[in-house]
Ligand binder design. Sequence first.
Ligand code: NAP
Length: 557
Amino acid sequence: MTYVIAQNCCNDTSCVQACPVGCIHPTPDEAGFATAEMLYIDPAACIDCAACVDVCPVNAVYAEDELPEPFTRYAEINAAYFRANPTRHLPLRIADRPRAKDDQETLRVAIVGAGPSGFYAAEELLRTATVPVEVSMFDRLPTPFGLVRAGVAPDHPHTKAVAGLFRWVAAHPNFHTFYNVEVGSYLSHDDLLAHHHAVVYAFGAAQSRRLGVPGEDLPGSHSATDFVGWYNGHPDFANRVFDLSGTRAVIVGNGNVALDVARILLRDVDDLATTDIAEHALSALAESNISDVVLLGRRDLAHAAYTTPELLAFGALDGIDVVVDPRDLHGHLAAEDFAGRLKTEVLEDLAHNNRGGGKRLVLRFQVSPVEIVGSDRVEAVRIGSNRMVTDASGAAVAEATGATETLATGLALRSIGYLGKGLPGLPFDERSGTLPNVGGRVIDPMTGQTVPGMYAAGWIKRGPSGVIGTNRTDSAETVSALLDDHEAGNLPCPTATAGDFVTLLEQRQPARVNREHWQRIDEHELALGLSSGRPRIKLTDHNDMMRLAGLAGTSNR
Ligand code: NAP
């Protein structure tokens, strides 16, 4: 018997580290790990020890003979990965850190951003450092967990289960909570560094990229990021209004965010009512007329940006057909890798298995929007056809053919990726939307030198790619660099004490949310959920959160 990794895989490599025979790939040191859709177990090498099952934070590993119905295909997908990528199995090598010397002073680290990459960095520091460590965690919102709370779709509770690990971190006695404290507004980098040896920036990539086509700002044209924030109850987006009165929505882009948004638009509202989706979104979706969601992919099906497990999950939903134009099934470039071949195969299967469900996810390929059309609001999207070509670097890219068509719709959502934004006083690369860095050490672009005590992790370090667990290895790399620098005596020494810091913060932002305040909000949301048969009902208004935390009227602003 063998174990099999299925749809919920979060790529956080807990299983890779636990596997005694090293049969789970790709590993963080292998090519392709950063872009891997998921991890796979080699059935020929698995020794049936279940070590991977015990450590998986999202319950994605199953015994082959216990795979639930929607996941049976994953036994073959795991095996196929190793036929396409013959791999030598070796248990992961984990280097020992030097033993702590006696009487070492406490290493104080500030982490800015309480999302997955920030929490993974905190976990790595608290778990692996051989010196005493104190972590101060900052977030501009009163609630932690970043994209796990406000990005992961509400109907993906397995992915949200990773927050279990973050709760362990949040409860650690050496972890200090400073939520509702915006760095760059209440505190500067210099303030943080005066009281800590190092600062890890892990504040993600919150902006959405723009298309740059006429009509993009018409009412009815939005970024998918706003829509995701809205249905997830992010306070910045809770008051947004989306017109769901038409029957068709058009989404530009075909990444996993586009699939999330399409699913929320098309899923049965009774199913959504069992999740932690925001109340206002549930009410609006209950009145929605949308029955067709059209995804516009600029490249062909072999190069679609979504991951196969997400498309497979879509295909398993009752009442929704996945529709593909037969021309798209043929006129594409041959897939050059395992992921591309699997995408092509799965899409062909789905397209030939329509069950006449009533609602439709329509996948268009090799098309790009050239204009959002309308006089005072969105009435249509004009799209241009593309052909696939190989550019000078060998990459498969789309090239416009000049032919266009018009697709009527009242709702256009652009889902073409996120973009990071800089903070005052930090170096920033506008083109990639990241803090310039080498392996997590932030560098000054003028000199190429590292900035002592300044680090980056997650999307603001590498750009908006990968799934939640991808951030674990990314943050571990940053923390390893930070600990090496500490060991080598290369970190600046704080000039003020931890006590001084609390005094400074009392002056700057008395409405800071500490662990106990957040627990009040958390318990309140969970209790509301329990009484309605839902995992939680989120507070979506900042003032309500402050009232519940007992901090109403305390802010300096
Ligand atoms: P993404 O995966 O980068 O997809 C962006 C899409 O926009 C691609 O289809 C891209 O096409 C297209 N695009 C970019 N610029 C365009 C333009 N000017 N015109 C037309 N199309 C354009 O981004 P994402 O969907 O925002 O996801 C971000 C990351 O979060 C991804 O790594 C994703 O896997 C992850 N995520 C995971 C989950 C999950 O696991 N359930 C859920 C949500 C997000 P090209 O491919 O041709 O560039």
